[in-house]
Every structure is written in C-alpha cells, then in structure tokens.
Design a protein around this ligand. Structure first.
Ligand code: NAD
Ligand code: MG
Length: 387
C-alpha cells in the first residue's frame, strides 16, 4: 500500500494535534508533506521533526528566523507568512486537514480544494462565511470534501447520498455547553475561564466559547446546509448533554439513523483520515450500559439567543452568514480578552447584523470585503456598549 500524502493546516491546535496523534500511530500509512501553525514555533517544529514532514510553515512572518533555528539540521524546509500557508496546497498532498480556526482558514482551505485532492474540513467558519464558494470550488476542481466536525461526520455516515429526496430531517446534537443549566444573570457574569471549560470536549478557545453561547450549533447548522443537499428548514438542533449521539438522519419512511460514539474528536478525524477504509483509534469504546441514559431536550433560545440569530441568518442567506461569522469572531475575541460580558456576544452580533446588510457576495473578493466591513462595524457596535 502506498502511503497517503497528507498535510495539516493548523497542526498545533486541538484538531491538529489529535490528527497528528492518529498519523503517528500508523507511520506506514501516512507521509507528512506540510504542517502549518500560526505562532507556536516550538510545537510546530517538534511535530515536524517527529513526523519527518517535508516542510513546516509558520503563519506569523516574524517567527521565520525562530522556526529556521528550531529546524536546523533536520532537513525540514521552513517557510513563513499567510501566502506560504496557502501555498502548501501546491506541494502534492492527496489529503489535507483544514483545521485553522476562523476566517483565516478560508484562503488555505480554498487553495487545498483547488489542488483537487481530499480536504477534511474542520474549519467550519470557511463554510459559514463562504459556503457556496467553497462547495462550488470543490465541485469544479474535483476535490472531495469530508466533514470532520463530529455532527457532520455523523450525518455523512448516515446520509444516503444517492437518495437525498428520501431524507426528511437532519438533526445535530448539542451538549448544551458549560452553561446549559445557568440562568441569564449567571451567564452575564461568566468569565472566559468558565466559558472555555467544556463538560465533554477539550477544544480550542474560540470554539469552546461558541459552544457555550450555542453559536457553535448555529454555525454548524449553516455548515450542514452547505454540506448536505437539503433545504435550510430540514436542519435542526437538539440538546443532548451526554454527547454520545452526534447526529440523526430521519427518512420519509420513519427510519431514523444515528451515529454514536464516546465524545473524542479522534473518531471523526480517523473516519476522514482513513476514508474509505476504517482505522483503529485509542478512543474509549462506547458502553451504553455504563452510560445508562441518554437525554434530549429542545434548545432554549431565550437563554441562548445566538442560536436563534444563526437560525434567522441561515434562513435569510445572502451575505448574512458572512457577517454573522465575522461579528462573532470579533465579539468572542473581545470576550476572551475581558472587554465585554458573555451575554454581550449575541447582543453585539445582532447589532452588526442590523447595521449592515450588503448584497450577496458573488466572488471571493466580495466575501473578503464584507468580512472586513462587518468586523469594523462590529468594533463600532462594541464601543457603544463598552463606553
Ligand atoms: P485551536 O485554536 O486549538 O487551533 C487552531 C489552529 O489554527 C492552530 O494550529 C493555530 O496555529 C492555527 N491558526 C490560528 N490562527 C491562524 C492564522 N491566522 N493563520 C494560520 N493559522 C492559524 O482550534 P481547534 O479547536 O483545533 O479548532 C480548529 C477548527 O476546527 C475550528 O474551525 C473549529 O471550529 C473546528 N472544530 C474543532 C473541534 C474541536 O474539538 N477542537 C471540533 C469540531 C470543529
Ligand atoms: Mg461540532
């Protein structure tokens, strides 16, 4: 068997390190072409040395010297800058993990799709900000897009792609996050440390905050809409605190298929890494007798307004999801920096959506322009509440 040539965009993050963990368990199956990171030189160089990557790319150009030094004598090439991150797409990997967080992942993800290989997509923000463009690029370039997000990977495994007309509903589960049972008053006083402490999953800071506001589920519904050929109102979300059932696909005959597993991202990552074969993982086996019970409840849109906002945005389409994504990134960063309160996040996102309503983006330049303007408007909206 020839080794699958792989690259990992965002190799030092939560998804990136979980991917490396699996890759390193099967050195005969995978050959690492490129690894990228934003600023963690030591983490990147260490991963590149362990996996004998051909090239390591650091996004922050000022860290080029440090990266070269860290790789000295290894024979691993060093590169730096956003263009170099995107250019890894041209180095001949057949499989790319797109695990950069946020809008910053859009250009490298598109570049990987343009190269026509398989792209395992964790970077949901690129689908929210530029969904039609991303899926259109995949189609035109003959690339395969595999969903890594646990819910979407679950849908992918249950979805009859040959007969989408036989599917009535796709339901994504949400753990409810660390504030599932908190009151609005309690959440208004929540600290960044409390928000990033997720009960079931260990993840990067941004997605952890998104999980706490339930914006993550909203972004995921938009993500699902772009990945699976069903109308927007065929997608919904349900709170399921145990995170054992990841998604459900309901068929017209009354059958409902679900994918289950212990909450460990290495399962969906392994599914896309080895696809279409299956590979072993060290994930804890699901033991339902020990789990005992599985609970489900409707999400509370009053305490978690971000999900309601995202649902409106998904129904409206056009430029709304691009604005939603941009304003949420700004608001989450401000919350993590201690500048605004937790309940201000949906408030600010709503203000940005009210103040800015451009036409649907027709090309990538439009997406970048709308993203930039939405960020500026969000910062202004933020000043009005922090002043
Ligand atoms: P993380 O913050 O742990 O890691 C982010 C990675 O992106 C790092 O390697 C970082 O160096 C890189 N990066 C950040 N900014 C960059 C920039 N401007 N340019 C280049 N690289 C940059 O995030 P994560 O939790 O691994 O999440 C990554 C993506 O996967 C997100 O889109 C997230 O929504 C999605 N996702 C994560 C999980 C999870 O369990 N962590 C689950 C589902 C989906
Ligand atoms: Mg998810």
């Amino acid at each position: 068997m020839s080794r699958r040539k792989i690259s990992i965009l965002g190799a030092t993050g939560s998804i990136g390190t979980s991917t490396l963990d699996l890759v390193e368990r099967e050195p005969d199956a995978f050959e690492v072409v490129a690894l990228t990171a934003h600023s963690d030189v030591a983490g990147l160089a260490d991963a590149a040395r362990r996996t004998r990557a051909a090239i390591a790319v650091i996004g922050d150009e000022r860290k080029y010297g440090a990266l070269r030094e860290a790789l000295a004598g290894s024979g691993i090439e060093a590169a730096a800058g956003a263009d170099a991150v995107a250019a890894t797409a041209t180095l001949g990997a057949d499989w790319t993990m797109a695990a950069i967080v946020g809008f910053a992942g859009l250009r490298p993800t598109l570049a990987a799709l343009e190269a026509g290989g398989t792209v395992a997509l964790a970077n949901k923000e690129s689908l929210v900000a530029a969904g039609a463009l991303v899926t259109e690029t995949a189609r035109k370039c003959g690339a395969t897009l595999l969903p890594v997000d646990s819910e979407h990977n679950a849908v992918f495994q249950c979805f009859d792609h040959a007969a989408p007309e036989s599917i009535r509903k796709v339901t994504l589960t949400a753990s409810g996050g660390p504030f599932r049972d908190w009151t609005i008053e309690q959440m208004a006083a929540a600290t960044p440390a409390q928000a990033v402490k997720h009960p079931n999953w260990s993840m990067g800071a941004k997605i952890s905050v998104d999980s706490a506001t339930l914006m993550n589920k909203g972004l995921e519904l938009i993500e699902a809409f772009h990945l699976f050929p069903l109308p927007a109102d065929a997608f919904d979300a349900i709170v399921h605190p145990q995170s054992v059932v990841h998604a459900l696909v309901a068929y017209v005959d009354g059958s409902v298929l679900a994918q289950l597993g212990t909450p460990d991202m290495r399962t969906p990552i392994a599914h896309s890494l080895a696809w279409p074969r299956r590979m072993e993982t060290p994930c804890r086996a699901l033991d339902l007798a020990t789990t005992g019970r599985l609970d489900f409840m409707a999400p509370d849109l009053e305490r978690f307004p971000a999900l309601g906002i995202a649902l409106e945005v998904m129904a409206a389409g056009g430029a709304r999801p691009t604005i939603l994504n941009a304003s949420n990134e700004i608001a989450v960063a401000a919350f993590l920096a201690g500048r605004i309160g937790f309940m201000d996040i949906p408030l600010i996102v709503r203000k940005a959506l009210e103040r800015y309503d451009p036409a649907r983006p027709g090309c990538l330049d439009d997406v970048f322009a709308i993203d930039a303007e939405a960020r500026a408007i969000t910062r202004e909206a933020m000043e009005s509440i922090t002043a």
